[in-house]
Design a protein around this ligand. Structure first.
Ligand SMILES: C[C@H](N)CC(=O)CC(=O)O
Ligand SMILES: [Zn+2]
Length: 302
C-alpha cells in the first residue's frame, strides 16, 4: 500500500502583494475559486488568509473571511486551515480572531518571533499599483514577526476549546524545541502537524542539509507522534517538496509561498502548483491523501 502524502495549498497569504502577480487571488471570489481549484487538483488542506478586495492589503477581520469560507464549504470537502499568522504587522489579538470565530479544523501556529524578510523581493518587483505595497515590503527590514511564548500560549488556549488542531510553522530548529516545550507542558497534544518552513529570510535556509537537519531533529524530539510537512519559499518550493516527499514527508505549495512555476515563469494558478507537486509525489510511487485521509492522519474533528 503506497504511503499517502498530504498536499496543503496556501492560496494567497500576506507575503506577496498584488502588483507582483496578476494571478495572486485578492477578492473573496478569487480566493474561493483558487481554493476549490487547488482542492480539485489534489490539495487535501487549504490554508487561508483574507485581503481587502479594493487594494489587496492583508485583512484579518472575521468578516473578510466570511464570503469565501461559505463558498468553499458549499463546494468542497477540503480541510479548512485558517491563518493565525495574519501579517507580521499585526498583533496576536487581531491575528487570532478569525480562527477563534470560525473554529476551523486546522489553524496555523507560528513557533517563534523572528525577522521576516520581505524586502529582498524588491530586487525583482519595483512597480506597485497600491501605495501600501512598497512601505509594507521595505518595512520588513526593521519589523519583527512577534510570537512570544505568551502569544503562542494565548493562541493555543484561545483555540483549543474549539477542537481546532494546528499547522505548526517552524522556521528554524529552535522552533522545534519551543514546540517540544509546549508538548511537555501538555498545552499542545500530539499527533503534531509540523510545517517546516525553508528559505524565508530570517529563518533556516533551503539547502537539502537544512531539510535533513530539521527532519532529524523533529524525529528525535517527537518520535512517531507527528506528521512532518514542508514548505519552500519562492524558487525552492518544488525542490523542497520533492526532497521531503522522498523522506516520508507531506508538502505545502501555493502562491502564498511562491509565485513561480519555473525559472522566471509566474504560476498561473494555485492548482498549477498542486498539479506539479502531485506529479512528483505520484512519480515517487506515492499516493496523495484525500481530505478525509488527512482528517484521519491528523485526527481532525471533521
Ligand atoms: C511562511 C508562511 N507564511 C507561513 C504561514 O503561513 C504563517 C501563517 O499564516 O500563520
Ligand atoms: Zn499563512
Amino acid at each position: 500500500m503506497a504511503r499517502k502524502v498530504i498536499i496543503t495549498c496556501a492560496v494567497t497569504g500576506a507575503i506577496h502583494t498584488p502588483s507582483m502577480s496578476p494571478h495572486l487571488p485578492i477578492t473573496p471570489e478569487e480566493i474561493a475559486e483558487a481554493a476549490i481549484g487547488a482542492a480539485e487538483a489534489g490539495a487535501a488542506i487549504v490554508h487561508l488568509h483574507a485581503r481587502d478586495p479594493q487594494n489587496g492589503k492583508p485583512n484579518q477581520s472575521p468578516e473578510a473571511f466570511a464570503p469565501f469560507l461559505q463558498v468553499i464549504k458549499q463546494r468542497s470537502n477540503c480541510v479548512i486551515n485558517i491563518t493565525t499568522g495574519g501579517a507580521p504587522t499585526m498583533l496576536v489579538e487581531e491575528r487570532v480572531r478569525p480562527a477563534a470565530h470560525y473554529k476551523p479544523e486546522v489553524a496555523s501556529l507560528n513557533m517563534g518571533s523572528m525577522n521576516f524578510g520581505l524586502y529582498p523581493m524588491l530586487h525583482r518587483f519595483n512597480e506597485f499599483k497600491y501605495d501600501w505595497e512598497l512601505p509594507y515590503l521595505e518595512g520588513s527590514r526593521d519589523r519583527i514577526f512577534r510570537n512570544t511564548f505568551t502569544d503562542i500560549e494565548y493562541i493555543l488556549t484561545t483555540c483549543s476549546e474549539n477542537g481546532t488542531r494546528f499547522e505548526i510553522e517552524c522556521y528554524d530548529i529552535g522552533h522545534l524545541y519551543t514546540l517540544a516545550h509546549f508538548v511537555d507542558r501538555g498545552i499542545i497534544k500530539p499527533p503534531l502537524f509540523v510545517q517546516s518552513v525553508f528559505g524565508l529570510l530570517g529563518g533556516i535556509g533551503p539547502h537539502p542539509e537544512d531539510v535533513a537537519h530539521m527532519k532529524r531533529t523533529a524525529d528525535r524530539l517527537f518520535g512517531d507522534n507527528y506528521q512532518w510537512s514542508v514548505l519552500g519559499a519562492g524558487k525552492n518550493q518544488l525542490a523542497i517538496a520533492a526532497q521531503a516527499a522522498s523522506m516520508g514527508g507531506n508538502v505545502r505549495v501555493g502562491l502564498e509561498d511562491s509565485l513561480w512555476i519555473g525559472p522566471g515563469k509566474l504560476a498561473e494558478s494555485n492548482a498549477q502548483q498542486v498539479k506539479l507537486a502531485r506529479q512528483i509525489i505520484e512519480g515517487l510511487g506515492l499516493e496523495i491523501a484525500t481530505a478525509d485521509d488527512a482528517r484521519a492522519m491528523l485526527t481532525l474533528k471533521g
